[in-house]
Design a protein around this ligand. Structure first.
Ligand code: PEP
Ligand code: MG
Length: 748
């Protein structure tokens, strides 16, 4: 039987797969080396590699050790056939203690396969792209463990990476058959970072690429004023339609954008000026161009970035008008079956793309995209980031399949890949059954509270469906960011009230404005040379008491009849918390004086996301009603690593001893004081971290609604005792390498 130590050595040595490949001139020889290597290390009687053939539907045994040598190239399985075919079809490992008793077992004659009882098959895949399977078998029953599954999966991952992609494989197959692959059929894939999970297939559209306004029109002799009026009417009704059909899920944000478009379009200064120019002899196209340019120049010169951002709106309107003048086919701006490539974007652009039903988004370049990423997830737009500016590699109109689970853009995908995408997408969608609000019990029956992180109204519905017991974090900055302005108290009240009303009876944690750092307004007034160390979160609110009061008033009124909790972000000292608490009390007293209904005693909490807050967590646990650990920022500030900086992003590691110790310390301190503590950072959805945190005593997690069902499953697979042993072991490690070793040895 394979022992764990062997597996670890195997994983390490298999990482030299590429050098193994270098020694061979053909793929079959290379694959044979691999199976020999695995069989030896895992002491398995049989090891096989199956690869999908060009049709993508048939698995062919390409290398083997232990079975009849003639079986290679002769044994075929279709997708879903036998244990191996099922593992590949369902993209999951399958381990059988008694293979012949499995209903999936398929007896393959003349291979002597029947002699082997233990069976372990893992898919070899590149993202969602099925490549084949790696199989080990053993004579004795029940020989393979969970750790063997893990090790084989790791090897399969490395194997896939070495083979790079199916296309390369196919090329190799065909070349060995001395049959050239026609160049036009070759597709290609580009690696990228995942911003918002999902799958998108469509033709590429470059946002802001076609400047219709820059084009010169052909001299037109028709009735220009009539043509313009018709285009104006059409534009108006298109925007009305988008506005009216706005999905409920984004109506809270999108309303803010499209109503301002309509206002502008109907403004006499804008369209009226165009008509005046036409009457003076300009063509309709030329008059639109002139007026739009004049506005753009005016707005772009403003010192107020909120005004400057309106340039986008004006251009957008101008483009729409010209397109309608030309009678363009895509005048609706309907982006169904389109994947949008953009270099720079505002949150409002993203909302617009959602309203126009874009399938997916590729953001190129770099810069801070944290808020865009979060918003894209809430809007359910599958999105990826390409660090360098590589839009030239993705020409307009080309068909792409974006795998925003694994971070791969497939250019000119084959039909088989598209079919696979469709199957996987359908499976993932049906994978999300509704759940009644309830805690998640561990395997030994300890309950963990599950709450949801919410950014827009739509998330609340997902949260309710996923069985969240309440809202653990509402990021209130989104209406501010989308609008790039400060909504009034009344507007904020309307937005918060809808969130609170739909959330049900559970707790609702509304976090006060967290701007600054990666969530910039981009306003010159607030521009800083080092925004991550500047006027962020609670510092901003305390520095602008009038804005803070507006928000607190809206929050207290919106949550009047609920289990309202207010959370302060980026708190660095107890002093800041006490000042914020004071303001809440003052605002509450004002509302009482005014006779306005509001929540009089909301629970007040502190985000633990700065090293100073970790140091002072004893005081916070004593003074605050609850703590919420913001690991996204905490990891960054503890390790001084900016995740959006390609040079150092590798160092952003939650498994750093300093991070692990800080997390455990906060949890234990809160528990000692009997203060509620929750994790609302992204690491709360990572399986290993869940174990670690439960081991430290955490009993509440708040995460993206889409992740809650996976978290629930994960929690149900751990026991508190085992988790405690695991976290104690991790906490003893002196270095990042040691932590990694412990994790690898645990086989998790
Ligand atoms: C965090 O920092 O972990 C957090 C949840 O807050 P945000 O991601 O909004 O900064
Ligand atoms: Mg944060």
């Amino acid at each position: 039987m394979a022992v764990r130590k062997d597996n670890i050595e195997l994983v390490w040595s298999i990482s030299e797969l590429s050098s193994l490949f270098g020694k061979r001139t053909n793929i079959d020889g290379f694959l044979q080396d691999v199976v020999d290597h695995i069989a030896e290390h895992m002491q398995s009687d049989v090891c096989s590699i199956y690869l999908l053939d060009e049709s993508g539907r048939r698995l062919v045994l390409r290398a083997n050790r232990g079975l009849d040598p003639d079986a290679v190239g002769r044994v075929h399985l279709s997708l879903g056939e036998g244990i191996t075919g099922t593992a590949v079809k369902e993209l999951r490992p399958i381990r059988e203690a008694h293979a012949s008793r499995s209903p999936r077992y398929k007896f393959i004659p003349n291979t002597r396969e029947e002699e082997y009882q233990s069976f372990l098959a893992v898919p070899i895949r590149h993202g969602l792209n099925r490549i084949g399977a790696l199989v080990v078998q053993h004579r004795r029953p029940d020989q393979f463990t969970r750790h063997d599954t893990r090790a084989l999966q790791t090897i399969a991952g490395q194997l896939a990476a070495t083979l790079e992609n199916v296309e390369m494989l196919m090329e190799l197959h065909t070349r060995s058959d001395s049959d050239e692959v026609p160049a036009a059929r070759r597709s290609e894939s580009i690696r990228c970072h995942v911003a918002s999970e999902g799958i998108a297939v469509g033709r590429i559209v470059h946002l802001h690429a076609h400047d219709l306004l820059a084009e010169h029109d052909s001299p037109d002799t028709g009735d220009q004023e009539a043509a313009f009026r018709a285009a104006l009417e059409r534009t108006d009704s298109q925007i009305e339609t988008i506005h009216r059909d706005l999905d409920e899920r984004i109506s809270d944000l999108a309303n803010l954008i499209f109503s301002s478009h309509l206002l502008m379009l109907r403004d006499q200064e804008f369209s009226g000026e165009m008509i005046r120019l036409i009457r003076e002899g300009s063509t309709a196209h030329e008059s639109v161009r002139q007026v739009v340019h004049r506005y753009v120049n005016l707005l772009a010169a403003s010192s107020n970035p909120r005004t400057r951002e309106k340039v986008h709106d004006i251009r957008d309107l101008g483009q729409r008008l010209v397109r309608n003048l030309k009678g363009g086919k895509e005048a609706h701006g309907d982006l169904r079956a389109r994947v949008v490539i953009a270099h720079e974007m505002y949150p409002s652009d993203l909302v617009r793309l959602a309203a126009q039903h874009a399938e997916g988004l590729v953001l190129t370049g770099g810069g801070n995209t944290a808020h865009l990423t979060i918003l894209a997830r809430s809007l359910e737009i599958p999105s990826v980031l390409l660090r360098a500016r590589r839009e030239d590699e993705l020409p307009e109109g080309e068909l792409v399949a974006v795998d925003a689970y694994e971070g791969i853009i497939h250019r000119n995908p084959h039909q088989t890949l598209l079919d696979q995408f469709q199957t996987t997408q359908a499976a993932r969608q049906t994978d999300r059954p509704g759940h009644a609000p309830s805690p998640a019990p561990t395997a030994d029956g300890v309950e963990v509270e599950l709450l949801a992180n919410v950014n827009i109204l739509h998330d609340v519905e997902l949260a309710v469906r996923a069985g969240a017991m309440g809202i653990g974090l509402y990021r209130s900055e989104f209406p501010f960011l989308v609008r790039n302005d400060f909504p009034s108290e009344a507007e904020q009240y309307r937005i918060y009230r809808r969130i609170v009303e739909r959330a049900g009876e559970g707790p609702v944690v509304l976090r006060t404005l967290d701007v600054g750092g990666d969530k910039l307004f981009g306003d010159r007034e607030y521009q800083e040379s080092n925004p991550f160390l500047g006027l962020r979160g609670i510092r901003f609110s305390l520095a602008h008491p009038e804005l803070f009061d507006d928000q607190l008033r809206a929050i207290l009124r919106a949550g009047a009849d609920r289990d309202l909790r207010i959370l302060f972000p980026m708190v660095a000292s107890l002093d800041e918390f006490l000042r914020a608490r004071e303001r809440v009390r003052d605002v509450s007293a004002d509302l009482a004086d005014e006779g306005l209904e509001h929540h009089r005693h909301p629970k007040l909490g502190v985000m633990i996301e700065l090293p100073s807050a970790v140091e002072c967590c004893d005081e916070f646990a004593r003074e605050a009603d609850f703590l919420s650990i913001g690991s996204n920022d905490l990891v960054m500030y503890l390790l001084a690593v900016d995740r959006s900086n390609e040079q150092v992003e590798r160092l952003y590691n939650p498994y750093h001893p300093a991070v692990l110790r800080a997390l455990c310390r906060v949890i234990k301190t809160a528990r000692r004081h009997g203060t509620h503590v929750s994790m609302c950072g992204e690491i709360g959805s990572s399986p290993l971290m869940i174990r670690f945190l439960i081991g430290c005593g955490l009993r509440s997690i708040s995460a993206d609604p889409a992740r809650l069902s996976r978290i629930r499953d994960e929690i149900s697979s751990v026991t508190t005792t085992k988790s405690q042993e695991f976290s104690a072991e991790l906490l003893r490690q002196p270095s990042v390498g040691d932590v990694q070793r412990v994790i690898a040895e645990s086989g998790l």
